[in-house]
Each structure stands twice: as structure tokens, then as C-alpha cells.
Design a binder for this molecule. Sequence first.
Ligand code: ZN
Length: 213
Amino acid sequence: MMLPTHALAGMALALPVAAVAPEATGIALVAGLVGGVFPDLDLYVGHRRTLHFPVYYTLLAAIAVPLAFVSPTTLTIVVAAWALAAAAHCLADVFGGGLELRPWEATADRAVYDHFNGRWIAPKRWVRYDGAPEDLAASLVLAAALWGPVDGPLRTVVAAALVVAVVYAALRRVLPTVAERLVGVLPAHLVGYLPARYLEAGEHATSVSHDSQ
Ligand SMILES: [Zn+2]
């Protein structure tokens, strides 16, 4: 699923803190936001493997969440919200599309790497690809759920995530083509800013066009 959905889901998962420790709700929402985004910091280095730990984050959350309920301190709440959001991110990625350049073509068999079992988990494609209409719908529902309970800067974060979600969903299916063309025309040092899967596809497209000349 796309990053805004993960960010909003991480925050939404922290909402129950309001019932247990209302004074810690703000910090818990921030921890949930960070935990929801964190795994995708591996976008450029082994995406969905380097920082995606579906089993270990889940184990951590299984310990940290009950602990936060039994002993609600700022530290236990922050760790619990972060771990729950990161675990939910990795599990949600399993139910999304694969790692292929155009995930709506459903050709890849890799969704998330499972370090515990040492293998790739195949995509289930309940959400067909990141930025799909159903992914945008998830972002909308999560933002609506958060809109009432949050205020101040966090409400701005919710609004910004929603704007990014709408723009990304609108452009998602042309992004691979745009990226492929960029690889051909951008200076080498700027090409490095494109995620690896676009890069590989661009090199492939470039070599194909060279071959056909
Ligand atoms: Zn991810």
C-alpha cells in the first residue's frame, strides 16, 4: 500500500491510547505515524526487505502492546504504538501488490521479505497495487476516522497525507513510464534519486531501444 495509507493507519492504531492514557495520545499518534512510515525508508536499499520485518515487528508488538496497557508510561506507549504501526505496515504490504514496476500486471511473486523464515512472502493483492482506488479508499476512511480525534499539527499531517494520497493515486499508473523516460534524459547524479525498480526498468528500456537501433 502507498505511504500515506501506512502513515494514516499507524496513527489510527494509536487512537485507543486516548482511552487508557489521554495525556499520552499526542505522542502515541506521532509514534504510530513514525512506525507506519519507517519500514519504507528502505525504498532505495533492498526495498521491502532491509527494514521490513513482518514477523519481528509483530512479535515486538505482541509484547509491547499488552505491556503498555498494564504499565502505561510514555516509553511503553511510544514503543507499543511504534511497533504496532510497523508490524501493521509489513502485514499490509503482504495484502497489497508485488514488487514489480507495474504491480497491476500482477507478475511478481515477492511482496515482503520474511527474515524469520528466510523467504519472500507472495503478494495477496487484496489491494491490487499501491495507489489503487481501493488503497485511496483506505486512506480516505482512515483520514476520516482521525479527523475528529486529532487537532493542531497532527490534523495538518492527516490533511497532507490525504493530498499526497490523492495525487499519487491519480498519477500512479503513469509513473513507471515517466521514470523510464527520466532514466534516459536525466544527468547520472539525478538518476540515483529514482528507486531501484525504476532504474532497472529504465536501463532495460534503454538497452532494448539500443538493441533495436
Ligand atoms: Zn512497505
